[in-house]
Design a protein around this ligand. Sequence first.
Ligand SMILES: *Cc1c(COP(=O)(O)O)cnc(C)c1O
Length: 236
Amino acid sequence: MNSIKQNIEQVINQIGLAAEKCGRDAETVQLLAVSKTKPIAAIEEAIAAGHRAFGENYVQEGVEKIQYFAQQGAAPALSWHFIGPIQSNKTRPIAEHFDWVHSVDRAKIARRLSEQRPADMPPLNVLLQVNTSGEDSKSGLAFDDVAALADEVAMMPNLVLRGLMSIPQKANDYDSQLAAFSSLSEAMNKLKAKHPQLDTLSMGMSGDLDAAVAAGSTIVRIGTAIFGARDYSTKQ
Ligand SMILES: *Cc1c(COP(=O)(O)O)cnc(C)c1O
């Protein structure tokens, strides 16, 4: 089995090839290592390999990891992204500890995050999660609702609206993956007419990274390809 360091190198290599294929500069695609369910030791290995940006889905687990690395004093350069579903009674620890939130899809959640962001921290970077697959069961905004929420979030004092995120319905063929990501890319371009400062499209996971880069992703969220398969037996 490959080490985490080797896996990170492989993923960076894959991003480079995908970027080259579509004439993009690989530097414009950031790798977010999704460490949910993985132990501190795995994150330490990634840090030792030079990696700094981590994504977490569960509030308590994420906060524990952030606090651990803060106590180590080795943390100032790390950045932590919350990418999971958000319950309104869990916004405070997210606002108090994370640097980015990718999964905002309601004004109520955004308002709470802004109100609860501590004054001595920089504004929280926010992405709106869009449901590109139109399934009722998934979280995320409908395309028609993106502009209104973006206008609201852009006014909130302790948030910085940075762009859009999506988790499309799983598809194994490149063309379907590309179609879903391109629809998010188009939504972003429309939004930029009114919010030209937007610069972040969070899309692409281990199984669909190439299509995401081709469609303009600027953050790919990679878990399995770096840390291996996840064991959910300890999660409800
Ligand atoms: C778990 C997760 C990922 C990582 O998925 P992999 O397929 O393991 O790369 C990315 N984004 C979100 C929102 C996730 O929940």
